[in-house]
Write a protein that binds this ligand. Structure first.
Ligand code: IVH
Length: 666
């Protein structure tokens, strides 16, 4: 009986894996979804009844298993390196020239640069036994359980060989959209892009969650290809496809000259938008493996390849208006208001134009066609004005002379490039002050956003931050305001009441002291413990604190020297707003962090920089922005910059993100 069952199970596994390969790898399904589901249910039933007969390559393994508490570290057999980046045609030509110094008539593979994270797969006798992340290139994390949920990773190869295969774990554009819709419905923060989504998903300790994220794998590299009789990278790609992997066979090409490379890149750039996944450039590899060997490696990267990165996406639109806004310090900012456009995944219609000098240097005119991009893929910016598209009707930029809100003549200090509204009672300034006070990083009063504050100000209920605590007295009137029901007002008054218990740093930041950002406020609160200690500190004492320079110290002294400001503080005190530091972190100081200076570089995937900095500080360390001999350790995320190189040069210990996370968790 068992023999019969075993045979049927093998049959079912083979049918299902073949169907899966046809669907995911070959894009050519031969059975219907219904048939697949029927075979799958039959296999599942048999596996439940005969667990000891479950096969290592069973597709039922793809749904994920028991959650684990931590990823095990695994050493790579050969280091998992990445290439240096280049950004323009000149650098492509220089790369080709450099190669030609060692190799006669080189050819190159030109491969789309998948935008995900690299993964290493190990097969023994054709069975998938390990999936690992790159980590620091030498040691990665064992993510096998998550890897098995990725349908384009074969659980069994077409040949029973031992082999390591490398490629990109990524999330398709459609899975990314789906994941974000679900996150929005669940009130979870959205993934910024498919790469972050993929990176976050492979680090899920619960593989059932990873399974739901619908990741994919694109194979592009065999670390020791000669073991399989392979002579070129192009052959490696064919071999990978034969083994059952998804490769980019439709788009990988072989080029013979720099101009052919550039042509191929242009072709890819043109179809980039239509691809079902994100690519962020093109990877060039010397095709002949003997040539690769001759070229070898620098201390850091292979000499035989390079990654060309596409320029940040730019989109054209029409400048409709330049709108001036007034910040809480009175600073006047010109803003470009343009016809809404989609840039790097979001719809935008506004970008800062910084100040008068900036507008003049760009000669930006209303009606101009302008090009927009997202700087660092986050903040929208106007890159350039397309002057060739002018028709003569455009209106030249002219700086305003009066505050757009209170009509007071605006002023520009000689040493600064910004104009200010000098009127301290300017409604715009007052409203911005209150908005800042209630904002998340400051007093974090839920329900008290921009619109509510403007309403309350315009209705005369609040005029400054201390009035926030009086709105309880106007409850009845507020409930009758359009759009404000009992529930909303109740929640608001509750949030206001709760804010009285905040730790000192939130208040210090919320007061809007010039040059005191959230980070400085935290340093001050931790150091002085109470606001009175801070008020009594002199410049010398303030500047003796790490990270507090003379400009910040002067701003602090100036702020507390003002009677008006002291009145506000005393009033807040009498209202019952807490003015002491509350250390509510669950972290205790640790020797590995205590008294040490850390620098963060690159994109951290599983934690925000702010959070990482906060934790380091809670553990007794400090965070600095530049690497020097005094730096104790550099924490490295994806695509690290020059700080990483400098740390290596100075022999400063380097922690990868995963290592850092482990250290803070254990
Ligand atoms: S080959 C020695 N091929 O881009 C480098 N990498 O620096 C072996 N990537 O970190 C990698 N698409 O994560 C290679 N077709 C491709 C790639 C690719 C994306 C990633 C990879 C690597 C970086 C290149």
């Amino acid at each position: 009986m068992n023999d019969k069952v075993e045979k049927r199970m093998e049959e079912l596994v083979n049918i299902l894996n073949k169907a899966s390969k046809e669907y995911y790898v070959l894009d050519n399904p031969s059975i219907t979804d219904q048939e697949y589901d029927d075979y799958y249910s039959e296999l599942l039933r048999l596996e439940e009844s005969y667990p000891s007969l479950k096969r290592e390559d069973s597709p039922t393994l793809r749904v994920g298993g028991e959650a684990i508490s931590k990823f095990e570290k695994v050493a790579h057999k050969t280091p998992m390196l990445s290439f240096d980046d280049i950004f323009n045609e000149d650098e492509i030509i220089a790369f080709d020239e450099r190669i030609k110094k060692t190799i006669k008539n080189p050819t190159y593979t030109v491969e789309p640069k998948m935008d995900g994270l690299s993964g290493s797969l190990i097969y023994e006798k054709g069975i998938l036994v390990r999936v690992a992340t790159r980590g620091d290139g030498v040691v990665g994390e064992n993510i096998t359980a998550n890897g098995k949920t990725i349908k384009s990773i074969p659980l069994r190869l077409t040949r029973d060989i031992d082999i390591e295969v490398r490629g990109e774990i990524y999330m398709s554009k459609s899975s990314f959209e789906k994941a974000n819709i679900e996150r929005e419905l669940n009130g979870e923060p959205l993934f910024a892009n498919p790469r972050n989504a993929a990176a976050g998903s492979v680090r899920q300790l619960d593989s059932k969650i990873a399974a739901k994220r619908n990741l994919d794998f694109m194979a592009y590299f065999i670390p020791n290809p000669k073991d399989y009789g392979i002579k070129t990278q192009a052959e490696s790609l064919v071999f990978l496809k034969e083994l059952g992997f998804v490769t980019n066979y439709k788009f990988n090409t072989v080029a013979h000259t720099a101009s052919e490379i550039i042509e191929d890149i242009e072709k890819l750039a043109n179809i980039r938008k239509e691809l079902p996944y994100e690519i962020d450039g093109v990877v060039l590899k010397v095709n002949n493996l003997d040539d690769e060997e001759k070229l070898g490696y620098t201390a850091r990267v292979p000499r035989w390849g390079i990654a060309y990165k596409f320029p940040a996406e730019e989109v054209l639109t029409t400048l409709k208006e330049i709108k001036f806004t007034v910040g809480r310090t009175g600073k006047i900012t010109p803003n470009a208001i343009f016809s809404p456009v989609h840039v790097a995944g979001s719809l935008i219609s506004k970008a800062t134009l910084h100040n008068e000098d900036y507008c003049i240097s760009k000669d930006i005119r209303i009606g101009d066609i302008i090009s927009i991009r997202k700087a660092g893929d986050v903040i929208p910016e106007v890159v350039r004005v397309i002057t060739e598209r002018r028709n003569g009707t455009e209106k030249k930029f002219k700086m305003i002379e009066k505050c757009p809100i209170c009509n007071t003549k605006i002023v520009r200090k000689e040493t600064e490039s910004d104009y200010y509204c000098p009127n301290k009672s300017c409604p715009a300034r007052k409203i911005e002050n209150i908005i800042h006070y209630a904002s998340r990083d400051a007093m974090n009063i839920d329900g008290m956003g921009e619109v509510v504050i403007e309403d309350l100000y315009n209705e005369g209920f609040i005029n400054n931050i201390t009035d926030i605590y009086n709105i309880n007295n106007y409850k009845e009137e507020l409930i009758n305001l359009e759009g404000y029901g009992t529930k909303k007002i109740e929640n608001l008054t509750k949030a206001i009441e709760n804010s009285k218990e905040n730790s000192l740093e939130k208040l210090l930041f919320g007061l809007g002291i010039r040059n005191v950002g959230a980070k400085t406020a935290k340093i001050l609160a931790r150091h002085y413990k109470t606001i009175d200690n801070l008020i009594n500190a002199d410049i010398e004492e303030l500047t003796s604190i790490n990270d507090i320079g003379s400009i910040i110290a002067k701003s602090i002294k100036e702020y507390f020297a003002s009677d008006e400001n002291m009145n506000i503080i005393n009033k807040l005190k009498s209202i019952g707003v807490n003015m002491t530091y509350i250390n509510n972190s669950s972290y205790e100081e640790k020797d590995e962090f205590k008294g040490k200076t850390f620098v963060l570089t690159g994109t951290l995937v599983n934690i925000t920089r702010d959070k990482a900095s906060e934790i380091i500080e809670n553990l007794g360390g400090r965070v600095s922005s530049s690497v020097s001999k005094k730096t104790s350790c550099v924490i490295v995320g994806d695509n690290p910059g020059s700080k990483y190189d400098k740390a290596r040069e100075l022999n400063i210990p380097i922690w990868q993100e995963e290592e850092f996370l482990d250290k803070i968790e254990n």
